[in-house]
Design a protein. Structure first.
Length: 240
């Protein structure tokens, strides 16, 4: 499309894949990230590393990649009582959700992105939310985001479109999407230069990337990688 998009880019696998997707779909793309007092603040460091490596490794794909915005949302961490914003062990809460759920996070992220998009003339907002293979966060649900899209459009008198390219695919398919968009080079870049672990652990590089290999985010990522790798091995075996 000959239009501009803003991608919610945290520095993790999902948002990196969505960024590659958006660059393939729109004529101009900007990124936005948020410092909300997250314990795994290392993601704010690696997002810059990824953007630099992405530009240098994929000059054709990133030729339309524009400005990066980093927004201070420390107030979100200040009012939250979660394992991502405080010194708590990761566990399931009374509502059946992992206590890594930060209430209002995605709602606030997309509202801020829409406000930035208003002045940047970018009505397309891209996020890595997924309802197929996820931790059950209610602000990742398709119904939530469709409702928010309507609210943002009414509240700002601008027809926003929220894109969630990962909504109906699992983590293995997310790896395949990255491969389809940028080949083995992009997959390798995501493995080495993104961060998804909730504990901020970058001491060990696994086949699927850095992480503690124990938190819900690592478990989802590792499981998806294993399924993706098995599928790739089967395809290579069939081709021999």
């Amino acid at each position: 499309m000959d239009e501009k998009a803003i991608v919610l880019f945290s520095g993790g696998q999902d948002s990196a894949t969505c960024l590659a997707w958006a660059l393939n779909e729109f004529s101009s793309v900007e990124t936005i990230g948020f410092d909300y007092g997250q314990n795994h603040s290392v993601e704010l460091e690696v997002r810059q590393t990824f953007l630099e490596s992405f530009r240098s490794s994929f000059p054709d794909l990133t030729k339309n990649l524009g400005e990066d915005h980093l927004v201070d949302l420390s107030v979100l961490g200040a009012i939250s009582d979660t394992a991502l914003t405080g010194e708590r062990e990761i566990e399931i809460n009374e509502a059946g959700l992992p206590n890594t759920f930060v209430p209002g996070r995605n709602l606030l992220f997309l509202t801020i992105a829409a406000a930035v998009g208003y002045r940047r003339n970018a009505k397309h907002l891209v996020g890595g939310m997924c309802e197929t293979d996820y931790s059950g966060y209610p602000d990742c649900r398709d119904d939530t985001l469709k409702s928010l899209q309507v609210t943002l459009g009414l509240g700002m008198d601008m027809r926003y479109v929220l894109h969630t390219p990962l909504m109906w695919i699992d983590k293995a398919e997310t790896w395949r999407m990255a491969s389809d968009l940028g080949g083995a080079g992009l997959v390798d870049l995501i493995i080495k230069d993104t961060h998804t672990c909730y504990r901020g652990d970058r001491s060990t590089l696994h086949a699927w990337g850095y992480g503690c290999n124990d938190c819900p985010a690592c478990e989802l990522r590792a499981s998806g990688w294993n399924s993706y790798a098995e599928g790739m091995s089967s395809q290579q075996g069939a081709g021999q």
